[in-house]
Design a protein around this ligand. Sequence first.
Ligand code: HEM
Length: 238
Amino acid sequence: MMAAQLNTENKRVHSASGDELVSRKPVLLMRYRGFTRCNHWLTALCMFALLLSGFAFFHPSLFWLTNLFGGGQLTRWIHPWIGVVLVISFLGMFLQMWRLNLLRREDIEWGKKIGDVIQGKEGNLPEVGKYNIGQKLVFWAMSLLILLLVITGIMIWEEHFSGLVSIPVQRIAVVAHALAALGCFFVVLAHVYAAIWTRGTIRAMTRGTVTGGWAFRHHRKWLRELARRDVGREPGGK
Ligand code: HEM
């Protein structure tokens, strides 16, 4: 019975005699090296700590969040310093990534077909490079909001810049700071949702690599460029 089953499975119906599996190893592509991944996770850690400590000052009902940072006084002291680390860390990411996040013609075409993206009809979309328009908009929104947070944050950092601007200007800065933080919250939410929703993406920031299939589906121009660069190289070689 078993032998008969194996026999039918071995019969060629859909393939030619020379067709065979050559390699069982999937094609893997390096998307983020260790330095960039550390840079990303430090930025993410700072952003979460800032949102949590910032929300603690947002409304009295959220003041309990200060317990995470050792109490009210300590939270107030540490919040701007975490901001300083975030700015330096994000600047590191910005310098590595801004060029590849510039908008290109195909991004607009891709954006117009957002319905196909949601329905998973990738075949209808134009090929894009390392980032699609959604990722690019997130990148620029984060950059602008973080810039706004730093500028307004310095204006209201009483401990070191108390006389920098007048009290009425400080009041406006406080509101702008809170609105920018709220904006950041929603942009980060969208970013994390997209990273989870697009299967196979998270590993880009954990292991650093993505599969060839993922790249073919989502970032074909990027894949083609890497493949062209790879011609004549030994796998994994320099
Ligand atoms: C739990 C939180 C987070 C997760 C799971 C996450 C996950 C990821 C993943 C998987 C990628 C790679 C996407 C790709 O290359 O296609 C990525 C890229 C990136 N992430 Fe995050 N991230 C998080 C938080 C943050 C935060 C808080 C920030 C900034 C404040 C941030 C900024 C970025 C940037 C700038 C990129 C590069 C993509 C681009 O330039 O558009 N991430 N993230």
